[in-house]
Write a protein that binds this ligand. Structure first.
Ligand code: KIV
Length: 275
């Protein structure tokens, strides 16, 4: 709480200080109404580039643009008051080098009010993460399964099994060394996620990783049962809003066809003078 009685949002150093403490709660949001629903319950609301698949029906996150991120980021910012807002850097907006990354990260933060950006990559992003953090841009890193690299990874499979674990460990160490304030670990074996969480001094935020991570993130439409095109093993459905919506829409369609909607209470009469 601030001196004016307003709720103080956490900032990246607050999140970093939560290492080893009460697990961080993170959900995505893409619109104002959903942001209003998740904000009271979350430490961080992430405007994920998953919006390309979840909201825009794209086959992957590769087609997501800066303009899409900014539009949804602004919508989510209007719906959050208590949580910290983090926004994804879309594919192609940061990989060329630190200067390109700075230009686009600054634009995302200035135009949406986000407190930090998230970008995908480990060792090969170390220089960029260090460059951004030294210039006032807090970075949440994202390693393991990095969906923007789906074409080089050869699909959405678990990363870091067997000998490949060393690569993920190196990525985790690199992003921590570079100054990231937290790191998303996506789709890595439970034991590896636990080992990395114990080894690095920044919070790990798991998705398909381990209950021992310092926090968890899910795509909100997945956990509400609204996105049903496919269902990764790591998604727990806390509600079936898709089925509920289907029932409601079918009932509406039936009532329209039967002329039972609108009912008398939904229509207007003449205005009675003097009343
Ligand atoms: O884009 C996204 O929503 C994400 C989370 C699933 C971590 O990157």
């Amino acid at each position: 709480m601030s001196a004016t009685g307003e709720v103080k949002r956490p900032v990246p150093p607050d999140i970093r200080a939560r290492k080893g403490g009460t697990p961080l709660v993170v959900l995505t949001a893409y619109t104002t109404p959903v942001a209003r629903l998740v904000d009271p319950h979350c430490d961080i609301v992430l405007v994920g580039d998953s919006l390309g698949m979840v909201v825009h029906g794209l086959p992957s996150t590769l087609g997501v643009t800066m303009e899409m991120m900014i539009l949804h980021g602004q919508a989510v910012a209007r719906g959050t008051a208590k949580s910290m807002l983090v926004i994804d850097m879309p594919f192609g907006s940061y990989e060329e080098g630190p200067e390109q990354a700075f230009r686009n990260a600054a634009r995302l933060m200035v135009e949406t009010g986000a407190a930090a950006v998230k970008l995908e990559g480990g060792v090969h992003m170390e220089e960029t993460i260090a460059f951004l953090t030294a210039r006032g841009i807090p970075v949440m890193a994202h390693i393991g399964l990095t969906p923007q690299a789906v074409n080089t990874l050869g699909g959405y499979r678990v990363q870091g099994r067997g000998e490949d674990a060393a690569r993920i460990r190196r990525d985790a160490e690199a992003v921590a060394r570079a100054g990231a304030f937290s790191v998303v670990l996506e789709k890595v074996p439970d034991a590896l996620a636990r080992e990395i969480t114990n080894a690095i001094d920044i919070p790990t935020i798991g998705i398909g990783a381990s209950v021992d991570c310092d926090g968890q993130v899910l795509v909100v439409d997945d956990m509400l049962g609204l996105f049903t095109s496919f269902r990764p093993k790591f998604v727990k459905r806390y509600a079936e809003l898709g089925e509920e919506a289907d029932r409601a829409i079918a009932a509406y369609a039936a009532e329209v066809r039967a002329r039972t909607f609108p009912a008398p209470e939904h229509v207007f009469g003449e205005k009675v003078p003097g009343k």
